[in-house]
Design a protein around this ligand. Structure first.
Ligand code: ZN
Length: 86
């Protein structure tokens, strides 16, 4: 088992194909970067926040309002293109 590369998507909480990182916010905000799996990356690039919330709900047992509020922070403070990290 390799724990070195273990990371989770900040949008849907999946650990599959977490290959992208989006800068968001300034140094004072947290988080100031968001990791995204391949599917979430595509949904973000397609500008589909609603589908992103639905996907997150499939992976996480969190209330919809909680997920939507969390993603809203990203959409508001996103300030650059995604960087490939894997
Ligand atoms: Zn994801």
């Amino acid at each position: 088992m390799c724990t070195m590369s273990r990371s989770y998507c900040d949008f849907c909480f999946s650990s599959e194909d977490v290959a992208w990182n989006y800068p968001a916010g300034s140094g004072e905000q947290w988080p100031n970067s968001w990791r995204a799996c391949r599917t979430c990356f595509l949904l973000i690039e397609l500008d589909e926040p609603e589908l992103l919330v639905q996907r997150a709900m499939e992976h996480a047992s969190a209330p919809r309002t909680m997920i939507a509020a969390s993603h809203a922070v990203f959409w508001k403070f996103r300030n650059g293109p995604a960087r490939r990290i894997a």
